[in-house]
Design a binder for this molecule. Sequence first.
Ligand code: SF4
Ligand code: SF4
Length: 131
Amino acid sequence: MPKTKVDFDCGKCPGYCCSYPRIVVTKTDLQRLAKHFGLSLDQVKSRYTRTYRFESDKAEDRVKERILKHKKDHIYESTCGFFDQDLRRCTVYAARPNVCRDFPDGKKCGYYSFLKFERKHQGDPDFIPSA
Ligand code: SF4
Ligand code: SF4
C-alpha cells in the first residue's frame, strides 16, 4: 500500500500535541503500556495516569475519564509525562495511546501549518509562537 504523504514534520515541531492536557487512555492503551513497561495495569494507572472529571453545561457530556499525567515544561505550560522535553519526542512511541496514533486526523496538522507560517513570517526557522 503506498504511504500517504503528509504536510507536516514532527521533527521540526516542539511537540505541541503532547502538551494537550487531556490525553485520554482506554483499557487497551493501559494494557499496551503495561506490556511495554512489564508492569501491572494498576501500576501503570497509578504511575502514569490520573482520573479527570470533564465538566460541561450539558449533563450528557460530563464524563469521568483516565488521562496521562503531565509535567511542567520549558516551552509549553506542561507536557505529557512520557514526553522527552529535551529531545522533544515521545519516549513510548511504540506503546503510545490510540488517541496519539490517530493525531492529526488527515494530511495536515493545524499547529504545524501555523508554526510554518510564523517561522516564515519571522524569518527564523526555529521560532516557536505561543499557541
Ligand atoms: S503538533 Fe503536529 S507537527 Fe507538532 S508534533 Fe504534533 S502532530 Fe507533529
Ligand atoms: S504518549 Fe507520547 S505521543 Fe502521546 S501525548 Fe504522551 S508523549 Fe505525546
